[in-house]
Design a protein. Structure first.
Length: 269
């Protein structure tokens, strides 16, 4: 159960990291500065057109007055009072779907948007986008490597435990062979027992993982965007499949080993 719990945690972190990368990428935005001559009706029409583009997840229209109000609130002073005019321009803030949140895609999107003569400028932080994508790539590779290593360790630990159990029954196996029992008949109880051991261990590990995920979401509700029900179902399914498959395969390998052994060999292992 503890080994499967460890394996489940690895699967959870790999899947959650993917969700987290999507969440981070889809919260990276860039701004389109609009021409002073554009009427609000035209701006809203442009916004609707942008919302229909496949790369756009959402858009927010920020008027000149709203931009001035937000800055005045954050600064504690109104720039319009000493400048004599509103220095801001209306803009549309665009959030992209995660597949398009990279420098190459944004460069093509920028070129497409700039073809509209009513758009003054397109502002985004290329270095931030590159840094986010590079860090996500490194974290994903690290988690993938850790998942492979821990899967091998889990298999080795479970295999050793099952081998010791079957080792203690080696003479019983030989006795059953002597009375004419077929290999399939001898294997059946060992495989059935380890199958149910795998199921029970997986269910216990899943219960702990589900409880931990529930606690995390209750402690920080925003995590529901990363720790989704779909992820937890995948983790629970993966733990169950690994639990049954590994225990069943290890039992099959071990029992076949002792079935092939001669009686004289059993005393020297």
């Amino acid at each position: 159960m503890l080994v499967l719990l460890l394996l489940g945690l690895v699967v959870f972190f790999v899947l959650a990291a993917n969700n987290l990368s999507v969440y981070v990428k889809e919260n990276i935005s860039f701004s389109i500065l609009l021409s002073e001559d554009m009427k609000e009706a035209d701006i809203l029409k442009l916004q609707r057109t942008l919302n229909q583009e496949p790369f756009v997840k959402s858009t927010d229209y920020i008027s000149k007055e709203q931009a001035l109000s937000e800055l005045s609130e954050s600064m504690g002073a109104d720039p319009q009072e000493f400048l004599g005019y509103n220095p801001f321009t209306a803009s549309i803030e665009i959030r992209l779907h995660s597949l398009y949140a990279n420098s190459d895609s944004i460069a093509q999107i920028e070129q497409q948007i700039r073809s509209n003569t009513d758009i003054q400028d397109v502002l985004y932080r290329k270095e931030l986008i590159d840094a986010v994508n590079e860090n996500i790539r490194k974290i994903s590779l690290g988690l993938l490597g850790m998942a492979v290593v821990l899967t091998l360790i889990s298999f080795a630990l479970i295999n050793n435990t099952i081998r010791l159990t079957i080792y203690s029954k080696r003479f019983l196996i030989h006795t059953m062979k002597l009375v004419g029992a077929s290999w399939g008949f001898i294997r059946r109880p060992f495989l059935a027992r380890n199958f149910w051991v795998g199921v029970l261990s997986a269910l216990l590990a899943d219960a702990i993982l589900m409880g931990g995920a529930y606690y995390l979401v209750m402690y920080e509700p925003e995590l529901i965007r990363v720790v989704t029900p779909d992820i937890m179902l995948l983790v629970a399914g993966a733990v169950l499949v690994f639990g049954v498959l590994i225990t069943w395969m290890c039992a099959l390998i071990s029992i076949n080993k002792y079935l092939r052994m001669k009686a004289s060999t059993l005393y020297y292992i």
